[in-house]
Ligand binder design. Structure first.
Ligand code: TYD
Ligand code: MG
Length: 455
């Protein structure tokens, strides 16, 4: 019999190669290919069209029961999940180390246990003593949570199999789990995949909701193969800057709900607090306008969040390559916007360093941010502040046109509520929002005129 072929899997993108190479052919990452279990070979005559069990097809309009979701006891968490935990579902929660994943999940599982649910928290990272200390700090010591430090999937499933299945099982983290079905150390692609597979199967069979914590790599992907993201029902990411207080829980994939809702938290000395009204969190609170700062009314799902965008332009004397540094926004998008400003408005950024920062550790994903970023850049370049009390929104096309964006009036209403008086955005987006004057910026050159006119 021929020897089964070796396979190599990329830990970044999950693509499969038949021989090892230094760089993944699909995602171009270096040193990410690792050997995987060999592919099973079937005989050439293997025929799958008989010998199986046949099944009946169903129609789309058969009555189904609505999902009975279970509240996590934390409203912002429920909101990000699309309304609570779905029994039998598997959730992968990623986030940088120290961002607060374990804290959030300990709070949620203790809340479920406190409300009469059966919640299990298994940690492969911390000793039970450490978790107890955290629980004491969070004031949760009395919650009837079942706590364990374990890394063997067999041990975990054996233990759970002796009682009834819990309502919620938290596994912190999947990279520390080990399945004896597969060789290799915990954290390797095949171990992560096999352990997740067993745990997810348990969740599906018993109806217990499963939350797997996943480490993220430097560039923000969940470590281990992308495959893990395909295996679970929901992928969430817990984001924020460790040096800032605010944290955002975002769902990136959700088989049971929309992915556009976020949960907002503040990390306090006694754990994570919910922030029910986040719209003003990311503003600087400064009275006097300064050059290079623009306020953007962002939308997260149905929630408006006002954020300040800050730009700094430093002219270079020497011919060195100027730096472009971005925190909280897409650097490719910044390059595009700079190119549009250069070619459509005749501005010159090529001999200047450009720094862009979104205040408060917020990460902007809303495409409507283009105009606010452009306004901050032009204001910084001209060294003139934008008109006081103004907010900016609109998507910029390569032609320099400013395109309409979703929910323009919702953005303006929230800005008006927080005391802003002028909204600048695409043509035809101005509604009659009380207390708010609307200024058309149909084309990016109009922005430059407006900034130059203010002073
Ligand atoms: P943790 O939940 O351990 O993060 P993760 O599991 O994502 O790695 O959070 C650790 C950080 O949170 C730690 O740096 C201290 C901080 N923290 C607080 O500020 N207040 C608290 O009440 C707790 C429990 C943690
Ligand atoms: Mg942790």
């Amino acid at each position: 019999m021929a020897r089964p072929k070796r396979r190599y899997v990329c830990t970044e993108c999950g693509s499969v190669a038949t021989r090892w190479q230094g760089q993944c052919g699909d995602c171009s990452q270096w040193n990410t290919l690792v050997e995987d279990a060999p592919e099973t070979k079937f005989a050439a005559r293997h025929d799958l069209s008989s010998g199986g069990r046949s099944f009946a097809f169903e129609t789309l309009d058969e009555p189904t029961r609505p999902l009975d979701r279970r509240s996590t006891g934390i409203r912002e968490f429920d909101r990000a999940l699309g309304g609570g935990l779905v029994p039998g579902s598997a959730i992968l929660m990623g986030g940088e180390p120290g961002i607060g994943k374990s804290t959030l999940l300990l709070q949620a599982s203790a809340a479920i246990a406190g409300a009469g649910g059966d919640a299990v928290y298994v940690s492969g990272e911390e000793a039970t003593g450490q978790i107890r200390m955290r629980a004491a700090r969070l004031g949760l010591s009395k919650a009837p949570l079942k706590l364990a430090a374990a890394t063997s999937v067999r041990d975990i499933l054996t233990t759970l199999g002796q009682g009834g299945p819990p309502d919620l099982l938290i596994v912190d983290s999947i990279q520390t789990m080990h399945s004896d079905q597969i060789e290799g150390a915990p954290g390797t692609v095949s171990q992560v995949r096999a352990s997740a597979f067993e745990l997810i199967r348990y969740a599906k069979e018993t109806g217990c909701a499963l939350v797997l914590v996943g480490h993220v790599t430097k560039d923000g992907n969940i470590a281990g193969p992308r495959v893990l993201e395909h295996m679970v029902d929901t992928v969430m990411s817990f984001e924020g800057e460790r040096s800032h207080q605010y944290r955002i829980l975002r769902s990136l994939k959700n088989r049971f709900g929309a992915v556009d809702e976020i949960g907002v938290f503040a990390m306090e000395g006694h754990g994570l607090d919910e922030v029910a009204n986040p719209s003003s969190l990311f503003l600087s609170g400064r009275e006097e306008p300064i050059p290079g700062a623009a306020v953007f009314p962002a939308l997260e799902g149905t929630r408006p969040v006002l954020v300040e965008i800050q730009a700094l332009i430093v002219r270079l004397q020497s011919g060195a390559t100027p730096r472009r540094a971005v925190v909280g926004w897409d650097s490719g998008r910044l390059a595009m916007l700079l190119a549009v400003l250069e070619s459509r408005c005749g501005l010159n950024f090529s001999t200047a360093e450009v720094y862009l920062n979104v205040a408060g550790g917020y990460r902007l994903a809303d495409p409507a941010a283009d105009l606010a970023v452009a306004a901050a850049l032009v204001s910084a370049l001209a060294d003139r502040p934008l008109p006081g009390g103004s907010v900016w929104f609109g998507e910029t096309a390569l032609s320099g046109e400013v395109r309409p964006v979703s929910h323009a009036s919702l953005r303006q209403k929230e800005a008006a509520k927080l005391g802003f008086s002028v909204a600048c955005g695409p043509a035809d987006a101005g509604g009659d929002v009380e207390g708010m004057r609307y200024r058309d910026v149909a084309i990016i050159t109009a922005l430059v005129d407006r900034v130059m006119a203010s002073a």
